[in-house]
Design a protein around this ligand. Structure first.
Ligand SMILES: Nc1nc2c(ncn2[C@@H]2O[C@H](COP(=O)(O)OP(=O)(O)O)[C@@H](O)[C@H]2O)c(=O)[nH]1
Ligand SMILES: [Mg+2]
Length: 402
């Protein structure tokens, strides 16, 4: 079993103590683009269901992951507090006792990017939400408020959902059940001037028998991407794109961590000084590999690390591969360093997952195979970065293109 220190030494001569790493990590986290969603709705209105849908985490890890924050609120960092990519604030007790939003407004005024109000479409006892919401709006007039109307099928019991385009296309809205349309109209009036956007969703459990268990889920994601500040959109887009093709349970578990470490590496490297072998990025890589090994139930020994030592030392290769993939993007300087660090970390994470999977299947990949997978993943990572940053403004400050 390799200790953290020997693993670190393997990838990079130990220039960063564990304490120093922790300190730098905290610093990086402050600048990392972690979207913060403030969930606001009565109990049973679908807040946790939205967290489950957006993260793919199960109820147990969401339940255990919430930490008390204020008297009425708690916080869930996904995939974990040390390396979050998404943060959820959950308000409790709304509509039960008298809820005074002041403490939460003070606590979240700086951090929350977006308020997601949840209400069952057919629930019209929503008065207790409105005053606190007005106060929340007043405290930060430019922070978007999205209203998610949930549990649509309560408007059409025992039927499947109407065609999705009836919800999207005003011309087709007469295909919607009359109860639903009436209820929707009342909700629109109620939240006029408060909600910037309304999305209709029905996130059902498989045993409820709906052909589409995440009805409206794509519309919800699109609305979140649209409403978030530009710098925070990438995480949602990256996570969505990266998770879609993955069927393997371990890969799905590992992916949020890979995304988290890659984002932190990009944040750390987004400095005008080149480039990715800054010690903290190397330390992040070692930590990531330990984490992935744990997910795959592998203990790292020297024989296991050997095929990687050669493949991963190709930093010049990384630079060339990423540069050639990104070449049409007008990015230089800090933004280029960030892209490179992101791709480097991502490719390492994916290659290690592939490798652990092969080992589990009884295969023993060679260094050449590891190298091939890693290079392929470098190119994919650069593509991913490019797609989700295509609207970024070109940087003008830096001069150190990779
Ligand atoms: N059918 C359906 N059930 C939902 C929806 N949202 C939540 N639920 C169910 O309503 C219950 C409460 O949901 P939950 O997400 O825990 O609400 P929370 O208390 O606001 O966190 C659970 O049994 C969910 O499965 C929805 O959009 N459609
Ligand atoms: Mg809940």
């Amino acid at each position: 079993m390799w200790s953290w220190n020997s693993l670190k030494a393997r990838f990079k001569p130990g220039t960063l103590s564990e304490d120093e790493f922790r300190r730098q990590q905290e610093e990086i986290l402050k600048n990392a683009p972690v979207p913060v969603f403030w969930l606001f709705g009565k109990t049973g209105s679908g807040k946790t269901s939205i967290v489950r849908f957006l993260t793919g985490a199960d109820d147990a890890s969401i339940g255990n992951g919430f930490r008390p924050e204020t008297q009425h609120s708690r916080q869930f960092d996904f995939p974990d507090p040390e390396f979050p990519i998404l943060r959820f604030l959950d308000t409790r007790g709304l509509g039960e006792a008298r809820y005074d939003p002041q403490e939460d407004i003070t606590a979240f005024s700086q951090s929350a990017h977006l308020v997601i109000v949840t209400a069952r479409l057919m629930d019209h006892a929503l008065e207790p939400l409105l005053d606190p919401l007005l106060a929340i709006r007043k405290a930060a007039p430019h922070r978007p408020i999205l209203l998610a109307l949930t549990c649509l099928h309560e408007a059409y019991p025992r039927s499947q959902h109407p065609p999705a385009d009836a919800f999207e296309n005003a011309d087709k809205s007469e295909e919607l059940p009359a109860d639903l349309r009436r209820s929707l109209e009342r909700q629109r009036e109620r939240f006029a001037g408060i909600a910037d956007r309304i999305v209709l969703i029905d996130l059902t459990r498989p045993d409820e028998g709906f052909a589409e268990p995440n009805f409206g889920g794509d519309r919800l994601k699109a609305a979140l991407v649209d409403l978030l500040p530009a710098a925070y959109r990438q995480t949602i887009l990256n996570l969505d794109e990266a998770m879609r093709p993955l069927a393997d349970l371990k890969e799905r578990q590992a992916m949020p961590y890979i995304l988290s470490y890659s984002t932190l590496a990009a944040t750390a490297a987004a400095v005008p000084v080149p480039w990715i072998d800054i010690p903290v990025v190397m330390a992040l890589q070692s930590h990531m590999v330990s984490k992935l090994a744990k997910i795959y139930g592998q203990s790292l020994d020297s024989a296991m690390i050997a095929p990687f030592a050669g493949a991963m030392s190709g930093r010049l290769l990384a630079r060339l591969t990423v540069r050639s993939t990104l070449k049409l993007m007008p990015i230089i300087g800090a933004a280029a360093n960030a892209a490179l660090a992101f791709a480097y970390m991502w490719a390492s994470g994916r290659a290690w997952c592939w490798y652990f999977g092969e080992l589990r299947a009884g295969n023993a990949p060679s260094e050449a195979e590891v190298q091939r997978i890693w290079q392929g993943q470098l190119a994919s990572a650069a593509e991913l970065w490019k797609r989700n940053h295509k609207h970024d403004a070109p940087e003008s400050g830096g001069t150190t293109a990779p």
